[in-house]
Design a protein around this ligand. Sequence first.
Ligand code: AQP
Length: 340
Amino acid sequence: MENVQNKKILFSGIKPTGTLTLGSYLGAIKNWKQFIDDYRSIFCIVDMHSITVRMDPAELRRNALQQLAYYIACGLDPEKCILFIQSHVPAHAELSWTLGCYTMFGELSRMTQFKDKSAKNADNINAGLFTYPVLMAADILLYKTDLVPVGEDQKQHVEICRDIATRFNGVYGDTFTIPESFVPKVGARIMSLSEPDKKMSKTDDSNAGCILLTDSNDDIMRKFKRAVTDSDMEVRFDPQNKKGVSNLMSIYSVATGKDFDTISNEFSGKGYGSFKLAVGESVCDMLSPIREKANELLKNKDYLESVYSLGAEKAEAIARRTMDKVYRKVGFIAKPRRNG
Ligand code: AQP
C-alpha cells in the first residue's frame, strides 16, 4: 500500500511522442524508481504535451498505453506510487492557463527546447510549443512537488517553474511549494549512438542511433556494434574530444555500476570492438527483463486501465485542492457545491 504520511512529494512525467528510449530510462525512469519508497511519488504520462507536435491519434493512444506498461515494468509499482494520464485530470489545463498569466513572453522566448523544437518543426511553431513550460509548471505545482527528477535537457523547465511559482507566491502569499530538480550525475544526457553530438530522442529521425526500450537484443547489439567512436582507440572519458566513446562509457557505467577509471582499465589496449560488445551486452541485460515484463502487461489491457483510472482519481483529489486554493487567491468566486 502507498504510505503517504509525512513524505515529501516527487513528480515527473514523459510525453508519449514515441517509444521510450535508453535516454528516457537512464535520464529519468531509472532515477524515479530509486525514490519511490522515500517520497510520495506521482508519475504522469504527459499526453497533453505530446500534441505540441503533430501526432497520429492512434499512435498517441498506443504510445501512452505502452508507456504505462513500461513505467510499471521498470519498477514503478502502482501499489507504491500514483501513475496517471495527464489529460484525465483537467486541473493541469486549468492551472496552466492561470500560470500563463504570471509568465512573461521574454522568459518563454529564452527556452532552449522551444528554439530547438521550432527549428525542427518550422511549419508548426504553435502557441502550445511556446507555452509548453507553463503546462509543465502546472504539472509540477499542482501536487506541491518537492523534487522533480529529470534529465539535463529539462532542467531549464524546472528553473522557469520555480520562477513562476516564486512570482505567484510573491503576489498572493505562500501558495506553491518551490520544487528542486534532481539531475543524475551520470546518464543525464545520453547521446545518439550514430551522431554523438545529438541527444538520443524518441523522435530521432535516425533509428540507428537510438536504443528503444522495445528493441530486441539483436537490434541492441547491432546498434552498439555500429556506434560512432573515433580513431585513437583509447577508452577514456573526455566528453569534449571523445563524444562517442564518453557516451558509451556513461551508458556502461550506469548499466554496470563501474566508474570511469575502472572502465578505462578494463578496456586498456583492447580496442573499441570488445568495448562496444560489452556495452551492448550490459544494456541487453538491463533492458530485456523490462521488455519481457512490459510485453506481458500489454496483454492485460483491463489491468492497465484499472491502474490509470485509480491513478487519475488520486491525482485529481490532490490537484482539485490546489486549484480551489489558486482560484480563491486570484479572486474567482467559489463555485457552489451541490449535493447529489
Ligand atoms: N537522451 C536523454 N538522456 C537523458 N535523459 C533524457 N531524457 C530524454 N532523453 C534523454 C529525459 O527523460 C525525460 C523525457 O521527457 P520527455 O519525453 O517529456 O521530453 P524530452 O526530453 O523532449 O524527450 P525526447 O525523448 O527528446 O522526446 P521528443 O523526441 O518527443 O522531444 C525527461 O526527464 C528528459 O530529460
